[in-house]
Design a protein around this ligand. Structure first.
Ligand code: ADP
Length: 509
């Protein structure tokens, strides 16, 4: 062997890639040191052996190997392939060795382990998809927040006027019509409330939570779809279920994922479609079980359900992230989630959450509204950019014996406050020229005492800025659309000089 040949051999042997020379009949003619290390054999044992036997312990040539193609085309061919036995990704390149006549007589096969690169690429792709999903969720939250505000404003007028009409002495047939208007508007209030919960989910705040109530709300969100798909829903919700501390929006997201999966699983089933939700206390945990009567989950995939991007659905109906995200949320809440299934007899998802001992102070019982004598004759200023809300509040407060001025301009309102003395200001927080928070700062210059007389009336308590403002100042706030007695209760509290906490009240009466 001359020096050049010896050097070339050393170069080939120093490569990490496995390099083989394969003859037309698939026999191995030569192999470098990396190849021998991988095969764990001596050179003499390998030479002459068929490549598919030596490398893959197979009796036939491998379908995917670029060797066969190269022998036909006389071109260099490359494929990437995952080897299930070795659990690695390989890049296989075949280069023809041509005879003097130009025929492919043998082939150089180089095999490179590209597992690390492929895994990194897959990880990057996953991160990109997660980022896109997060962006989409944030966008949905923003749309929902904007929508609740837009819907709440007109709804406030409908609710307030229909409630006022119902209390009036009007003909029976008109009363019936007004009741229908009020009931319809109240249903929309429920829908908007649930949207509001969803819009708040970008903030990971946790609060004492009644799981039964969250389940009720979530089922209500899907009630139309379930009814139209013939799904019978049964709930066994434990009374006196202990509370936990949780992020309501996130738990709702988990329940929605599981319920929608169950709906989809049952869609194709010819059996009766049944969804059963049970809550119970099991030892020191709260357990929620959600069962469906769908086809169940095959044993071979049940362990992969919570993996990211695991889906058996097509691209349009599933991304394989729902259960993965749900798992993350439940784990973050100190709980556990698992799936059980007997194929053919449905699937059950079980969520265990910790009971969180009651440490907060119990809210004092609200005084009964009816027996309180209403203070009358107060001078009240209403500042709201929606003229029909001004009109509704004017009517309502005037009817309750107060003297009311309204304006849709915060600047005009500041003028009015410096010209006359008011006992109470009903203030909208979201207005175009000057928002309620800025207005509140301005009235301090007129008289700091005026700040004690403010009640906020807003459809936008989901914004973090408004929530922080209400929390810091302790101003009472009535969420639009409000019920007549809730509004009057807050008005009475301020007029009587009672100290209110910063709670936003949603109750509609
Ligand atoms: P996706 O719904 O996008 O597929 P998920 O993470 O929510 O993603 O669900 C992953 C997979 O779990 C689904 O594709 C489906 O195969 C399986 N699965 C989830 N819930 C059920 C169920 N109730 N019945 C049968 N299979 C289910």
């Amino acid at each position: 062997m001359n020096q050049e040949t010896s050097e070339l051999r050393d170069i080939i042997n120093s490569q990490d890639d496995i390099i083989l020379i394969i003859a037309r009949d698939y026999g191995i003619e030569n192999v470098n040191r990396s190849g021998l290390t991988l095969l764990d054999k001596n050179r003499e044992d390998v030479i002459g052996e068929k490549c598919y036997q030596a490398l893959h312990a197979k009796a036939e040539p491998c379908q995917y190997c670029p060797f066969t193609q190269t022998m036909k085309t006389k071109q260099t061919e490359v494929v990437e392939r995952y080897d299930t036995t070795l659990g690695k990704h390989f890049r296989i390149k075949s280069t023809p060795i041509l005879s003097e006549r130009g025929d492919a007589v043998k082939c150089i096969l180089s095999i490179r382990d590209v597992t690390e690169r492929v895994n990194t690429e897959a990880k990057l792709k996953r991160m990109q998809q997660e980022l896109n999903l997060n962006r989409r969720l944030v966008a949905i939250g923003q749309v929902a927040a904007g929508m609740t505000h837009e819907i709440n404003n007109p709804l406030t007028g409908v609710i307030a006027f229909s409630q006022m009409l119902m209390q009036m002495d009007i003909p029976e047939n008109m009363k019936e019509a007004v009741e229908v208007i009020f009931d319809g508007a109240s249903r929309v209030v429920g829908i908007v409330d649930r949207l509001r919960t969803f819009a708040r989910q970008d903030r990971p705040e946790k609060e004492y939570t009644d799981l039964n109530a969250i389940i009720g709300n979530t089922l209500a969100m899907r009630s139309y779809e379930m009814r139209s798909n013939g799904i019978e829903v049964t709930t066994h919700l434990a009374t006196n279920l202990p509370e936990t501390v949780a992020n309501v929006g996130q738990l709702q997201q988990v329940l929605l994922n599981i319920i929608i999966n169950a709906e989809q699983a049952m869609a194709t089933s010819s059996l009766q479609k049944k969804l059963t939700i049970t809550t119970e206390q099991v030892a020191d945990r709260i357990r929620v079980s959600i069962s469906d009567s769908g086809p169940g989950i095959p044993e071979e995939i049940i362990y992969r359900l919570f993996d990211p991007f695991f889906t058996t659905k097509d691209n349009t109906s599933g991304m394989g992230l729902g259960l993965n995200i749900s798992h993350g949320i439940i784990t973050e809440h100190g709980g556990e989630i698992r799936a059980q299934s007997e194929p053919g007899s449905g699937a059950t998802f079980i969520i265990d959450l910790p009971i969180v001992a009651e440490t907060r102070e119990r809210e004092p019982a609200k005084p009964a509204d009816v027996e309180q004598a209403e203070p009358v004759g107060a001078r009240i200023l209403v500042v709201d950019d929606e003229p029909h809300i001004c009109r509704a509040l004017d009517r309502l407060l005037t009817k309750n014996g107060h003297q009311v001025d309204t304006t849709s301009s915060p600047l005009k309102a500041l003028e009015m406050l410096s010209e006359a003395e008011y006992d109470l200001i009903l203030l909208d927080l979201r207005m175009p020229d000057m928002n309620g928070i800025e207005f509140y700062d301005h009235i301090k210059a007129i008289s700091p005492a005026l700040q004690q007389k403010v009640v906020c009336v807003t459809g936008d308590v989901v914004s973090a800025q408004n929530e922080a403002f209400l929390h810091e100042t302790g101003i009472p706030c009535v969420a639009k659309p409000f019920g007549v007695s809730e509004l009057m209760r807050q008005v009475r509290h301020v007029l009587e000089g009672e100290k209110n906490d910063a709670q936003v009240t949603y109750s509609r009466s």
